[in-house]
Ligand binder design. Structure first.
Ligand code: HEC
Ligand code: HEC
Length: 293
């Protein structure tokens, strides 16, 4: 292996090889599910050929490489861990419910019906991706990295400088992204404004945003070759999540407010910390106050 760098350490999850997609109707369904994750807008975006349900983004914009990239928000643990109880809804959620959440928040739209060909294909694809993952387990490399807290609040002014230097060339001066005239999909998806994820989306939390960009942006970065310091990732998260975006009524979320994550940016809270501090930090004092005495 001289001269070669192994791209995936053996302990990290790897998706099943394509050769393991079954033949026949089941295989076609799995392939259609993957296509919908990678090119959601083509089928379900504003000019979608199936039904205009969502904002023009693709699931793959955030679940990179069709939900297979190590620490790129992959779907390796979806089939193994759902249905599961989630504090946001205060209920046991199925895969369909979790998929619908991303349609309604990250894609700021509506989900296809649970009995639709599209929803069934997405679920079948996630099941296939989880083929080798034992029930209940979350493999190494799943989801997003959790960065250590800064000892200060994340700084949107510093973040703006990061944005201009390292992000704007693709995502645009107004965070609007780039889409060729008449095309159904973005080349570079929007980061804020009316076509972006809404304020109920996972990326609207700074820890999720920072964890996503640390190992994945600028495009081409990986966990093995990150291009941002942790501080740059937190600060650019603060800048982008200070810009305007669609609002989602979340008054029914978090029936037990004590379970809101430390960086959940919308009150009320069960502690005495402000919305400002929950959104931007410093987070450690909040974490300390939550420790059992
Ligand atoms: C704007 C970014 C974004 C887009 C676009 C997006 N998601 Fe997500 N999604 C997230 C984030 C962030 C999480 C939570 C990750 C975490 O907390 O580790 C998530 C979580 C999920 C999960 C749960 C994963 C798990 O292991 O628990 C599923 C399933 C999911 N998304 C499906 C979808 C589908 C299907 C689409 C397209 C309709 C989509 N997402 C589009 C950001 C996005
Ligand atoms: C070379 C072009 C390029 C640069 C530079 C770049 N991105 Fe991206 N970004 C992309 C592409 C392409 C995607 C969608 C990936 C896909 O669909 O496979 C993306 C997706 C994203 C997403 C998730 C989707 C969304 O629109 O919400 C976020 C968040 C993001 N980028 C943030 C950043 C940040 C922050 C920087 C600067 C540190 C940055 N990007 C720099 C090309 C770029």
């Amino acid at each position: 292996m001289a001269g070669l760098v192994a791209s995936v350490p053996p302990s990290y999850w790897q998706p099943p090889a394509d050769s393991r997609i079954p033949t026949g109707a089941k295989g076609q369904q799995i392939r259609y599910g993957r296509e919908l994750i990678a090119h959601t807008a083509k089928y379900l975006g504003p000019k979608g050929s199936v039904k205009p349900l969502s904002n023009g983004m693709n699931c793959q914009n955030c679940h990179l490489e069709a939900g297979t990239k190590v620490l790129g928000n992959n779907y390796s643990a979806v089939f193994s861990t759902y249905p599961k109880f989630r504090d946001r809804s205060g209920a046991v959620e199925s895969i369909v419910k979790r998929v619908s959440d991303c349609f309604e928040r990250s894609l700021a739209g509506k989900a296809p019906d649970s009995s639709s060909r599209e929803m069934k294909a997405i679920v079948a694809y996630m099941q296939w991706l989880g083929t080798d993952v034992p029930k209940g387990q979350r493999p190494e490399g799943v989801g997003l990295v959790k960065l250590a807290y800064l000892d200060r609040a994340a700084d949107s002014t510093k973040g703006q400088a990061v944005y201009v230097a390292k992000c704007q060339v693709c995502h645009g001066a107004k965070g609007e992204g780039i889409r060729a005239a008449g095309a159904s999909e973005y080349v570079y998806p929007p980061l804020w404004g009316p076509k972006s994820y809404n304020d109920g989306a996972g990326l609207y939390r700074l820890s999720s945003f920072a964890g996503y960009v640390k190992n994945n942006m600028p495009f081409g970065a990986t966990y093995a070759s990150p291009q941002l310091t942790d501080a740059e990732a937190w600060d650019v998260a603060a800048f982008i999540n200070s810009m305007p975006r669609p609002h989602k009524d979340q008054s029914k979320d978090w029936p037990n407010i004590a379970t809101k994550p430390i960086d959940f940016p919308i009150g009320p809270y069960a502690d005495g910390f402000s919305e400002q501090q929950h959104k931007f930090g410093p987070y450690q004092p909040i974490a300390d106050a939550r420790k059992p005495k």
